[in-house]
Write a protein that binds this ligand. Structure first.
Ligand code: FPP
Length: 313
């Protein structure tokens, strides 16, 4: 199916970072970016390297120049209702790796491949927003080697996919607390966001160094500052005002219709706490790297059987 494969990359090959932007120091902590660096597009147009058996499972980019991105709409599903916004807690990478006597990094690498497939399916089937929990504010306590690997993986994956995103009409946005992220990753994010900001087929929101509590706190700070600066009256604060300050203000559809969590855990683990208020929850036993088309169709099918009432009758 994916006939044209990108060269298999080699792990730990350095990415030439984009040049430092002049305004790097003024970049605010939110990654749902509004200011950008300006390194040239050709700088990303090179093959990156990641050595891993996991990559060879699919070994392809999200879009493939021969096959394009389109995947036929599954017969098992109805055209309506489809979730406009799907959120995913991509859990189980570590266990996937452990079962194969591999390091956690191999699980994350395989997880990145599963994500590419998910992006392909969402774009093909008309889902408008896909938000994925890639790294929680609580994940910083993991071993440094794993954290470093993940940061590098995010950067490499964004870099390797950006041409496809541009070609296939996919907008990428990153939310979370950027203050601890490597500067090269921040520059890559800014660049990718800028290059894809006009795209509207699918918006991929990647939550990195994100948590729901963090998001509510930073929104409260923004609202409080507006009150302090006389831009807003205390009495004007309502749900809409708070929502405008949440990091999901980068999308037209901030509240997920469907949340999928893999690996059998039945928790929301500090993900989009405010935004999940009326989200349909779906838990799957598959480990994230094994979550593919079949499993996604099951999740969508379950969604189509739900009756959403939003508090009404
Ligand atoms: C949770 O599994 C997963 C993560 C902490 C990382 C998820 C990251 C990816 C899937 C890569 C995504 C790539 C991009 C570019 C966004 P776990 O390690 O907690 O699994 P475990 O519970 O089995 O140990």
């Amino acid at each position: 199916m994916f006939s044209l494969r990108l060269p298999i990359p080699i792990e730990n090959t350095l990415i030439t970072p984009p040049p430092k932007s002049n305004n790097n120091n003024t970049y605010n902590s939110s990654l749902c970016a509004h200011s950008y660096s300006s390194y040239s597009h050709s700088q990303t147009n090179r093959f990156l390297t990641v050595r891993n058996v996991a990559l060879q499972k699919n070994g392809n980019s999200v879009g493939d120049s021969k096959d394009t991105m389109m995947q036929p709409f599954p017969e098992e599903l109805n055209a309506e209702p489809l979730p406009r916004h799907v959120a995913v807690i991509m859990d189980g990478n570590g266990r996937w790796a452990k079962m194969r006597n591999l390091m956690p990094s191999a699980g994350h690498q395989a997880g990145a491949e599963a994500l590419k497939e998910m992006v392909r399916l969402c774009a093909s089937w008309g889902i408008k927003v896909l938000t994925v929990f890639a790294f929680s504010t609580d994940n910083w306590v993991r071993p440094k080697v794993e954290v470093d690997f993940l940061m590098s993986l995010f950067e490499k994956t964004i870099n390797s996919e950006i041409d496809v995103f541009i070609r296939e009409g996919i907008r990428i946005s990153v939310i979370g607390d950027a203050s601890k992220l490597p500067s090269s990753l921040i520059r890559m994010i800014k660049y990718a966001e800028e290059r894809t900001k006009e795209n509207s087929r699918l918006q991929l929101i990647v939550a990195v160094s994100y948590s729901g509590k963090y998001d509510v706190v930073q929104a409260c700070r923004s609202v409080a500052k507006k009150v302090k600066d006389g831009i807003l009256d205390l009495e004007e604060i309502n749900e809409g005002i708070i929502e405008q300050e949440l990091e999901t203000n980068c999308t037209e559809f901030p509240n997920p219709d469907l949340l999928i969590r893999t690996s059998g855990e039945l928790r929301v683990s500090n993900f989009l706490l405010w935004q999940l208020a009326y989200t349909e929850l779906y838990f799957d036993g598959a480990l994230w790297p094994d979550f593919g088309k079949e499993e996604f169709v099951e999740a969508l099918s379950s969604f189509q059987q739900r009756k959403r009432r939003f508090g009404g009758r």
